[in-house]
Ligand binder design. Sequence first.
Ligand code: CP
Length: 297
Amino acid sequence: MLTKIFSLKQESPGALESILRSSLALKHQVARCGWASQALDTPYVVFQIFFEPSTRTRVSFETAAQRLGLRHSYFQMDGFTSISKGESLADSLRVFEMNHPDLLIIRSGEHMEIEEFYQNTSIPIICAGYGERYHPTQAFLDLVTVMEYKDTDSVSGLKLLFVGDVKHSRVAHSHSELAQKLGYELGQCSEPTHWSAEPHWNKFSKLNEAMDWADVVIRLRTQKERGATQVSQDYKITRQLLEAHNLPLMHPGPFLRNEDFEFDLAEHKNSLIWKQKENGHYVRAFLMRALLTKENV
Ligand code: CP
């Protein structure tokens, strides 16, 4: 039974595969029967607590919560709570806990108090981004998008190439955990200064060679807010490269047109970028439902 979505190291491959397949199944069921078929009978209370900015993740959790008939509150933590009056992070989190929500969704930087809270709270909890380390729901929705595109129910054996700032990417790090469980391969392409140090990543410094190797290309933004230096324009995805290799193009967002890829590539026929944004709310709806109803996955 799932109670926490944070690091995925402890989850079994079977449970992780089930999350991916069930999220896609939910999408198909909504297409056939509408969202009304998914609404929960109990009006569970969900708190979304965000210490860092977000558009995609916040909107997709909120929309999914509304579709499921949940009572949802969003708390913006930067400067708008009693932390700005000197209350400790741990005490602030305890205030949320003592209001007994049925589910917590938290985005934050890496703080020991928050990591301890993830470990110790008895309330079901979903990580919506944790510093450079975890963004599990983004990694799930990436894989669901790949499975949908490839019309397959497994990602085993696929080669996912990440281009850009892998070192500072929490999305890439969640994929690192998942790839080892689900049997897909990871490649990284950028200057070595932006590589992940983890040994299981295939390393490329030439984009053309990397795209020859890959089944899917995922461009990442330079994480300047985490101290990264700008990734070279040699790693910008161009129309010519995308068409020569005929690869699907993905990006977790936010993406910078003209910096991460040529301006209109998000709208190219090979782009799955907007499909990723759409799939976010099916994956997050499935996870919220599973944690709230203690569904077996
Ligand atoms: N991919 C992602 O987490 O985007 P947001 O920061 O907009 O939520």
